[in-house]
Design a binder for this molecule. Structure first.
Ligand code: ADP
Ligand code: MG
Length: 407
């Protein structure tokens, strides 16, 4: 049997007839190299485009703001179905017979956490049958089915996860993620013009970048590919540049420079968060209150970040979209929080940051030189996070990118 490469195309790579043709040419070129290609497609276009995921959400919410997660997932399955069938039509025009498989038909079994479902397993029988029939398989990304037949979706960036899971299930040579930039860069190129493309990067580094906001690849996709050491290549649909290769150091697919040596891999950002401050000095039984705050928020499924507990106050952040719910929950505990909206998290990510003296002081220096107020910081082995005002976010990213000589 031929070796398999999974090739995933994001929404912007499928947005026009011309880009769909370019995507198809990438697939054909890989087939001509002797590989079996399985395509994974996202919904066509981005917010505002007629069949994009966000457009489908708006369509339903215009009728009624409330929508059941289960019904939303049935609607969202349409985006990738449209895209896959359109791509099959493109290939037909090029003389290639393609077969479209929905997530369910491709055997992608998930849990029932609608809108954010996790892949439990892939039943590969159907895929393998199609491969034997020598057809080009186009799988609808981002979607799956529960063991009892409910349609699900995998959350933002979920097509990356589909591609990675198929790569692992079919023991692919590569998982190719085609997008509108030519690889993983030292910062979002929309903000830092001279951000550099990283030629090679480890699973861990790329996962850290992705978790901290580099949306060019979904962190879950990296984790999945890592389980079987399947290399991921991030490439542009529109240029021939080699892109970024994600592997472990020292695996035998290709020689990889020891990227683990670099101190800072990149700067990432996450806008649209709010800082919540709760004054607890007036409150008796402080400890109990602190515990209750986080317990209640967790029970309501609100994820909190940047937690700082002081004797007089508790600080943390939530997503903008969770502000109302947070106020309400704190209210039920008799607490009246102060809210600072329009914040952003800017992160310095690098596998070797831990314990390196001077990294934090460089960050503080870079930001204060630009008069950017640091609202909070936190750190881990691989990341230093700074909370800043959203209006300062881009300036902060550029300043840090420069400070760590990333261009
Ligand atoms: P797709 O629709 O192909 O999945 P995405 O929008 O999900 O594309 O991801 C690609 C985008 O990720 C790029 O257009 C870029 O603006 C953004 N991005 C954010 N951080 C980075 C980074 N560090 N390197 C490359 N791209 C990044
Ligand atoms: Mg994406």
């Amino acid at each position: 049997m031929k070796k398999i490469i999974i090739q995933k195309f994001g929404g912007s790579s499928l947005a026009s007839a011309e880009s769909r043709n370019q995507a198809a040419q990438r697939v054909i070129a890989t087939r001509n190299q002797g590989y079996e290609v399985i395509l994974v497609v996202s919904a066509i276009g981005r917010k505002g485009d007629p069949y994009a995921t966000d457009t489908l959400i708006d369509l339903a919410k215009e009728v009624n703001r409330e929508i059941n997660p289960r019904e939303l997932d049935i609607l969202l399955n349409c985006g990738e179905i449209i895209s896959a069938v359109i791509m099959a039509q493109v290939f037909k025009g090029l003389g290639i017979d393609a077969i479209v498989l929905t997530g369910a038909q491709a055997g992608i079994i998930t849990d029932d956490n609608y809108n954010e479902a996790k892949i439990l397993k892939i039943e590969t029988e159907k895929l393998k049958n199609c491969l034997r029939e020598n057809k080009l398989i186009i799988v609808c990304g981002f979607q799956g089915i529960t063991p009892d037949g409910q349609l699900t979706t995998l959350g933002r960036g979920g097509s990356d996860t589909t591609a990675a899971a198929l790569g692992v299930a079919l023991n692919a040579e590569y998982i190719d993620i085609f997008t509108d930039v030519d690889g993983i860069k030292t910062a979002d190129p929309r903000i830092v013009e001279n951000a550099k493309t990283l030629a090679t990067i480890t699973y861990t580094e790329s996962c850290n970048l992705a978790q901290q906001g580099a949306k060019v690849i979904h962190p879950r996709a990296v984790e999945i590919a890592m389980q079987k050491n399947i290399p991921i290549r991030i490439k542009s649909t529109f240029t021939d540049s080699p892109g970024t290769l994600i592997t472990n150091n020292g695996n035998n697919h290709q020689t990889v420079e020891i990227s683990g040596q670099r101190l800072v891999t990149g700067i990432t950002h996450m806008p649209n968060i709010a800082q919540i401050k709760v004054l607890t000095e007036q409150v008796e039984e402080q400890k109990k209150i602190n515990l209750n705050i986080f317990k209640s928020l967790a029970l309501a499924n609100i994820s909190v970040d940047f937690i700082n507990v002081h004797p007089q106050q508790v600080l943390f952040t939530v997503k903008d979209s969770e502000i109302e719910k947070t106020i309400q929950i704190l209210g039920t505990l008799g607490l009246k929080p102060e809210i600072l909206e329009d914040c952003a998290k800017v992160s310095v990510v690098g596998a070797n940051i831990a314990g390196v003296p001077g990294v934090m002081s460089s960050i503080v220096e870079a930001l204060s030189e630009e008069d950017i107020k640091i609202l909070q910081t936190a750190d881990s082995h691989t990341t230093i996070w700074c909370l800043v005002r959203k209006k300062d976010m881009e300036k902060a990213i550029r300043a840090l990118h420069k400070k760590f000589n990333l261009s």
